[in-house]
Design a protein around this ligand. Sequence first.
Ligand SMILES: Cc1cc2nc3c(=O)[nH]c(=O)nc-3n(C[C@H](O)[C@H](O)[C@H](O)COP(=O)(O)OP(=O)(O)OC[C@H]3O[C@@H](n4cnc5c(N)ncnc54)[C@H](O)[C@@H]3O)c2cc1C
Length: 337
Amino acid sequence: MAITAKLARLAPKPETNHMLYGPTHRAIQNALSQLIEKEINPNVDQWERNKLFPAKTVFKKFGNLGIFGVNKPTEYGGLGLDFSYSVAVAETMGQVNCGAIPMAAEVQSDMATPALAEYGSDYLKREFLMPSLTGEVVSCLGVSEPHAGSDVAAIRTYARKHNDDLIITDTAEIFFDNVRVPMRNIIGDEGRGFFYQMSQFQHERLVAVAVLLEPLSKIIDTTMEYARERQIFGQPELNNQIVSYQLAEMRVELESVRSLLYRAVLEKLSGEDVTILASMAKFKAARIARSITDNCLQASLNGHIVSRFYRDLRLFSIAGGCDEVMLSIISRHFESK
Ligand SMILES: Cc1cc2nc3c(=O)[nH]c(=O)nc-3n(C[C@H](O)[C@H](O)[C@H](O)COP(=O)(O)OP(=O)(O)OC[C@H]3O[C@@H](n4cnc5c(N)ncnc54)[C@H](O)[C@@H]3O)c2cc1C
């Protein structure tokens, strides 16, 4: 809990009546928010021009705050808190003025490391989890292959045993050619990787929804401000009912997704299987990310933050299980009842 105490000093704990977030959530969110405001957002435009952001430097800053390990065990450098804290962090991470950095951070905390933390041996956790939580290493998750994206079971990468090692062969963007990996690096039980990845996906999908809330809210606010200032046909654009009603409807959709997310998180915390709620939330969040960015781009043609998110948020209908995969999970569930 040492890092939590550090966070509490960095940011005072405000009182809160939030259904999911208490004072400690708010302290963590405030500390992260300050870091984003002072050290990330002022640089985002330049990093975008460079087509590169200094992941190692940025990740150490996130790691120092403890945000990569909020729900990871304390013995490996985590804060030992529950999943609601991961969701709180993801929501605040959405304050970064682009899609790539929050996504890279969430890969580190909620996509590449949950299975390692849950099923990995003590050796693996010390070797790979601990430096991931401090941000010393940048971790990634290689699931997709040229011939297998949505259909994860179709992956062709294989490992053969040789003495105490595994020899991995693959032909994807990351090229493995007889790469030797010690057998002790297998996470959990041999042959269970697919199952671990499938359960890790639920975690990843809820966090993906949380990371979308802030940018969507920002886009709607930015568009409303623009429409209030912009004069067309002798009056502010916002005076057109079609514009103001569309913005109102976007807010309804956003708050509906937020409610679905919080309900799924509360049910997950009480031990329920939230596969269906997580799939519904991920599907709907990705869909409104497309419609909101599209409608706001139409209404505020030159808003550069809107254009950037129009590009960056498109990912959510594709990765982490595309929209059709979410729909197939949901429809299979109801049709098999
Ligand atoms: C920016 C970005 C970052 C990524 N990062 C990672 C990463 O870190 N690690 C990683 O492993 N992968 C990553 N991916 C890959 C991503 O997970 C895959 O793109 C995704 O799983 C979809 O797979 P695919 O591209 O092979 O498309 P396919 O699965 O071949 O899908 C092609 C088309 O079929 C549709 N489709 C799929 N299933 C159905 C269905 N049941 N019914 C009808 N239509 C369907 C899809 O909507 C799509 O239009 C990333 C992708 C992007 C764009």
